[in-house]
Write a protein that binds this ligand. Structure first.
Ligand SMILES: Nc1nc2c(ncn2[C@@H]2O[C@H](COP(=O)(O)OP(=O)(O)OP(=O)(O)O)[C@@H](O)[C@H]2O)c(=O)[nH]1
Ligand SMILES: [Mg+2]
Length: 689
């Protein structure tokens, strides 16, 4: 693909809630521009953008699809973002690469939280928006209902620039209020029949056009004067006001489309070319130090890696957007985030999974770099001498954790490697080993997320993942104190084993761990055996005394003992230490401790009662509530054992709108009736005598 002047580039992200029709609309644009020979369909699994096998089988977008193509002497790059909540972060990152966002709103649904989140991200990045209303060909839909829903959920000056012709099965196309003509579609060729406005719509169209003109002229004072003086506004003036209204964000046009029938795709492309911002119009690129960025080819380089794709065969593919300066293939560049140099062998535009080599790239270009060494999402390429600190959106906290095992013995390495590769391309996936429970913990955003990760793991890295609820890292501690003898004596022919110890055990305040006090006087136990006694006690503490969990917060003083010149050894004293500790600990009212998490839940007002009731039923203790506009933030302490699968439950209680963060707070005593059950189901390792 050749390079285009910066003002001839349009980077457009499609965003919106799951299943609203983003990919279908993007496919329709590829088709009507001639970039594809046939109309790709999500349902027929032949979409260019949802090319990944898991995207095909689930018929939804998991990872932002990118397609660059030429249309009317412009280079258009579409970024087709995911809409389902667990994949949203990928799309939020991709918005960094766009100049404008098309919010795709399906007429068959109220605006949902996923659309709200992407809208908010567009707002943070100060990206102009337009709305494309899809699915007006479905029964029981109405354009007015969509407009109402938009107005309820977003603060923006929505302006209809189209009106639908027909609805449900009689939906035929739209009236273009700017051109003041009707466009109807007989088939899915994308070609419209242009004609006069149908008589039954004439009044509505005239009123809607008047309202549109009024909104448009408001963005320009001279136009406004002209309008209120009753003078006619020319088509050029209207087009100019539309463009400046979009670019400045003063208006949000609402258009009509239906991807699977290629309705509205050509006219959306026209609007993108004529009225969407080019990279030169971009006012704001977030930087860590507030430095400003100019879409200037000659300025020092500033390019952001907004996405990494990890492939078992091709390796890593980094998706990059240049904001400032330029770069070319077969040259070295500085990754200023990681402070390493990388060689750009190939620079390629993307068309779904296809790579189209380009020689060089400048401000506004979006492309892929195969086979870099160290670079991943969020990294910045800039001049070593004039480093630029571009900001990238922080990934959200993960919401659910699983203990992962390899289904087939021997696949543990594959699993570990696969998880590392999957983490490269997904910042909302974390894999860590829990040192206490020794489990491999995989944390991510939700149920659908882990399902897709499991499928990918199997297909790409050949390991089947078995998932369980993670073990709760309980601990044991003691409430009383005692003095106890630990004695180990064995005579089995030849040299025997002998060690005798007296220890005093007492509890320490929570969090103090373990303290060993050596009170041996007069050589009751020789000095060289004392560390062995301590080691034996520590060993036993790790293995637990009632349920197999580590014992914490105790002090043990070794104050007396006996030894034998021939039969005593370090091993014998170690065993005596362990035996003594176990015996003594059982006399000291041992109890179980459980981790307590502090959770902060953002709840829509209408779900507050349900959420609080649910937290109470999870043995939660509400700490406080902070009201917001239509929302409450609830803080509570909840035992980890009760809240490991909170994400899907909160999702269903709040129709997906509730969010939460959780962090470890402290360990607390497990209530006796629950402790009994845990202890009954546990095994404690015996001493090796
Ligand atoms: N009737 C009708 N169906 C549509 C329209 N647009 C999309 N669909 C269907 O809606 C479903 C979802 O379409 P997609 O294009 O995959 O939606 P999406 O927004 O990309 O979905 P995610 O990527 O999962 O967020 C598919 O079955 C489409 O065929 C439309 O305008 N009319
Ligand atoms: Mg999609």
């Amino acid at each position: 693909m050749k390079r285009f002047e910066t003002d001839k580039i349009r980077n457009v992200a499609l965003a919106g809630q799951g299943g609203s029709g983003k990919t279908s609309l993007a496919e329709a644009m590829l088709f009507v521009s001639g970039a594809t020979k046939r109309l790709g369909k999500v349902d027929d699994q032949n979409s260019i953008l949802d090319y990944d096998p898991e995207e095909k089988s689930h018929r939804l977008t998991i990872s932002t699809g990118v397609a660059s193509f030429e249309h009317q002497k412009h280079k258009i790059t579409l970024l087709d973002t995911p809409g389902y909540d667990v994949f949203l972060f990928d799309g939020m990152g991709a918005l960094h690469a766009a100049e404008a966002v098309v919010l795709v709103a399906g007429a068959d649904s109220e605006v949902k939280f996923e659309a709200e989140k992407m809208w908010a991200q567009a707002q943070r990045l100060e990206l102009p928006r337009i709305v494309a209303v899809t699915k007006l060909d479905k029964e029981n839909t109405s354009f007015d209902k969509v407009m109402d829903s938009l107005a309820r959920h977003f603060e923006a000056n929505f302006v209809r620039t189209m009106l639908p012709i027909g609805s449900g099965s009689s939906f035929k196309g739209y009236v273009d209020l700017v051109k003041n003509k009707a466009f109807t579609f007989a088939d899915d060729s994308g070609k419209a029949q242009e004609g006069p406005i149908p008589a039954n719509l004439a009044d509505d169209a005239a009123a809607a056009r008047e309202a549109m003109i009024e909104s448009l002229v408001e963005t320009d004072e001279t136009l406004m004067e002209k309008f209120f003086d009753g003078k006619p506004i020319t088509d050029e003036e209207l087009a100019g006001a539309l463009r400046s209204g979009i670019v400045s964000g003063q208006i949000v046009p609402v258009v009509i489309a239906a991807g699977p029938k290629a309705v509205g795709a050509a006219s959306l492309l026209d609007l993108i070319v004529a009225s969407f911002p080019s990279p030169l119009d971009r006012k704001f690129v977030p930087t860590a130090d507030g430095a400003s960025i100019k879409a200037d080819d000659k300025a020092p380089l500033a390019a952001l890696v907004f996405k990494t794709i990890s492939d078992p065969f091709a390796g890593r593919l980094n998706l990059v957007r240049v904001y400032q300066g330029h770069l070319s293939a077969d040259s070295n560049y500085h990754n200023s985030t990681k402070d390493t140099d990388e060689r750009f062998g190939q620079v390629a535009a993307l068309f779904g999974k296809e790579l189209l080599p380009v020689g060089d790239a400048g401000p506004g270009d979006i492309f892929a770099l195969p086979k870099l060494k160290d670079t991943t999402t969020g990294d910045v390429f800039s001049d070593k001498k004039a480093p630029v600190k571009l900001s990238f959106t922080e990934p959200p906290e993960t919401l659910i954790s699983f203990a992962a095992f390899a289904k087939t013995k021997g696949d543990e390495d594959k699993l570990g490697q696969g998880l590392r590769k999957l983490q490269d391309e997904d910042l909302t996936l974390h894999a860590t080993r829990n040192e206490e429970t020794h489990e491999l913990i995989v944390s991510c955003m939700g149920k659908l997320h882990i399902d897709i990760l499991s499928e990918r793991m199997k297909r790409k890295y050949g390991a089947e993942m078995e998932l369980k609820t993670p073990k709760v890292p309980y601990r044991e501690t003691l409430k009383g104190s005692t003095k106890v003898q630990g004695r180990h004596k064995k005579q089995s022919g030849g040299r025997g084993q002998f060690a005798d110890t007296w220890i005093e055990i007492r509890p320490l305040p929570r969090g103090e761990g373990f303290k060993f006090v050596d009170k041996i006087v007069g050589g009751a136990i020789p000095r060289n055996f004392i560390p062995a006694v301590e080691a034996g006690i520590k060993d036993r503490m790790k293995k637990g005394v009632i349920a197999g969990y580590p014992v914490v917060d105790v002090e043990v003083a070794l104050y007396d003992g006996k030894y034998h010149d021939v039969d005593s050894s370090e091993m014998a004293f170690k065993i005596a230490g362990s035996i003594g500790f176990k015996k003594g600990a059982l006399e000291c009212k041992p109890i179980l401790l459980e981790p307590i998490e502090e959770i902060a839940v953002m709840v829509p007002d209408e779900n507050l009662g349900d959420v609080i009731g649910d937290l109470n039923s999870r043995r939660g203790r509400i700490l406080g509530m902070d009201p917001g506009k239509g929302w409450q933030s609830v803080r509570a302490l909840v035992p980890l054992a009760e809240i490991q699968e909170y994400a899907p439950d909160l999702r269903s209680m709040t129709s997906g709108r509730g969010t939460f963060t959780m962090k470890f707070d402290h360990y607390d005593e497990v209530p006796a009736h629950l402790a009994e059950k845990i202890i009954a189901g546990a095994t404690v390792e015996e001493d090796e005598e």
